[in-house]
Design a protein around this ligand. Structure first.
Ligand SMILES: Cc1cc2nc3c(=O)[nH]c(=O)nc-3n(C[C@H](O)[C@H](O)[C@H](O)COP(=O)(O)OP(=O)(O)OC[C@H]3O[C@@H](n4cnc5c(N)ncnc54)[C@H](O)[C@@H]3O)c2cc1C
Length: 393
């Protein structure tokens, strides 16, 4: 067992740290308040080659794995960017790049990967539906063959980055649930080019992460060429798990990175702030919960790297899912505790936008709900790891 980062991994971590220093919390505060896309940051990570980390060299990337992408994400987040350090890489490189690297056809790889790697093409993933939610297999968006085209109809919700993306991974049913021999059958994946007038996109005003829009999307007879399907038809669920597991790992990394950032700012402040005789940082009432959350986060981080290592070494989706879900569960609880106590350290100032911790609080709370809720992650562990009976229908 070797826990040492390789020279290349150290280089990626250092490059991420350097970039993050050019985009400090004030930058993200302004972007979040104005609801503006972080264009300068996006260009900087594109220039550094970060959108190509998981993309093979022959398609313009650097040919590393998910492990290296998580290292970059964590250092960006922890050194000033918060969720911003994760978000754009997630929706473009994981939803687009990684899905295509793992399961795209040669045609898809040649068409999309070089543009994703260079940062020329933003991506998004349209999975969640208003009436299905967490019950993903109950999605109703349909893809029906008409001649040599697919015709897509249906509604999606919360699709992050859809307002700007030039590419979209669409999850649709090619066999309706009622006709499927089992629930996982009948899901297929498609790659669509945007914009398209058959796709209506409406941003949803939201609590945080306003440097990216999350949108309602409707498909009204969207016609796609035959080769937009990622084969095999009807078996897309198992392909999608190679996107959803890394998504979980990316958001565990967000919990770790945002917490590291909030804790470091709180520790710095706590050493200076005096209201009685000694700095507030000397009080165990503040030290213990932060020390505990930090320790738990370090454990979650190790487990997350185990999940990433399994993924990079092509372990089964079940084996990867086991560690990805457990790491996510633990990281989110500890991360929420970490940011809660960081905010407490700032006292009343924690409530002021100027100190940023209130924004990290809003950001970290997303991870309770997305990409998978804490309850569904617990269901996964109970059912698929421990073999307990399924508790819901
Ligand atoms: C800001 C944001 C960005 C997002 N970006 C994307 C994106 O880019 N692409 C995309 O496809 N989706 C995206 N999502 C969607 C996200 O993945 C879903 O919101 C999430 O999976 C939860 O689904 P839901 O909101 O429908 O909750 P629901 O499924 O309605 O769940 C509501 C509550 O019921 C609980 N619950 C439901 N079933 C059970 C059960 N069996 N046992 C115990 N508890 C249960 C849940 O845990 C939850 O607490 C995003 C969401 C947000 C908020």
């Amino acid at each position: 067992m070797n826990f040492e980062l390789t020279e290349e991994q150290k280089m990626i971590a250092n490059a991420a740290k350097e970039i993050a220093q050019d985009f400090p919390p004030e930058y993200w505060r302004e972007k979040d308040e104005k609801g503006e896309f972080a264009e300068e940051f996006f260009k900087a990570i594109a220039k550094a080659g970060f959108f190509g980390i998981v993309i093979p060299e022959e398609y313009g990337g650097s040919g590393y794995g998910l492990t290296e992408l998580l290292i970059a994400m964590e250092e960006l987040a922890a050194n000033g960017c918060g969720m911003g350090g994760i978000w754009y890489l997630m929706i473009t490189e994981v939803f687009g790049g990684l899905s295509i690297v793992r399961h795209g056809t040669e045609f898809h790889k040649e068409k999309y990967l070089p543009k994703i790697a260079s940062g020329e093409m933003e991506f998004c993933m349209a999975l969640t539906e208003p009436d299905a939610g967490t019950n993903t297999l109950a999605i109703r968006t349909s893809a029906v063959k008409d001649g040599d085209e697919w015709v897509i109809n249906g509604n999606k919700v919360w699709i992050s980055g859809a307002d700007r993306a030039k590419g979209m991974l669409i999850v649709a049913r090619t066999t309706p649930l009622e006709k499927a021999p089992k629930r996982t059958f009948g899901i297929s994946l498609f790659l669509a080019d945007l914009p398209n007038k058959a796709v209506k996109i409406n941003p949803i005003p939201k609590h945080a992460i306003n440097y990216s829009k999350s949108c309602e999307v409707s498909f009204n007879n969207l016609r796609l060429p035959e080769n937009s399907l990622i084969p095999p038809k009807d078996e897309g669920w198992y392909l999608l798990l190679d996107t959803l597991n890394p998504e979980r790992m990316g958001f565990t990394t967000a919990a770790v990175g945002i917490s590291r950032l909030a804790i470091s700012k709180a520790v710095e402040y706590s050493k200076k702030r005096k209201v009685f005789a000694d700095p507030i940082g000397s009080y165990q009432g503040l030290q213990f919960p932060i020390a505990e959350a930090y320790s738990t986060l370090e454990c979650a981080k190790l487990m997350n790297f185990k999940a990433a290592w399994l993924f990079d070494n092509k372990a089964s989706y079940r084996e990867v899912g086991k560690y990805a879900n457990m790491a996510k569960l633990v990281a989110v609880e500890a991360g929420i505790k970490a940011v809660y106590w960081a905010m407490q350290v700032f006292g009343g100032y924690g409530y002021a936008k100027e100190y940023d911790v209130e924004r990290w609080w809003r950001e970290i709370n997303l991870i309770r709900l997305a990409p998978v809720t804490q309850q569904m992650a617990l269901n996964y562990v109970a059912e698929h790891v421990l073999g307990m009976p399924k508790s819901y229908r």
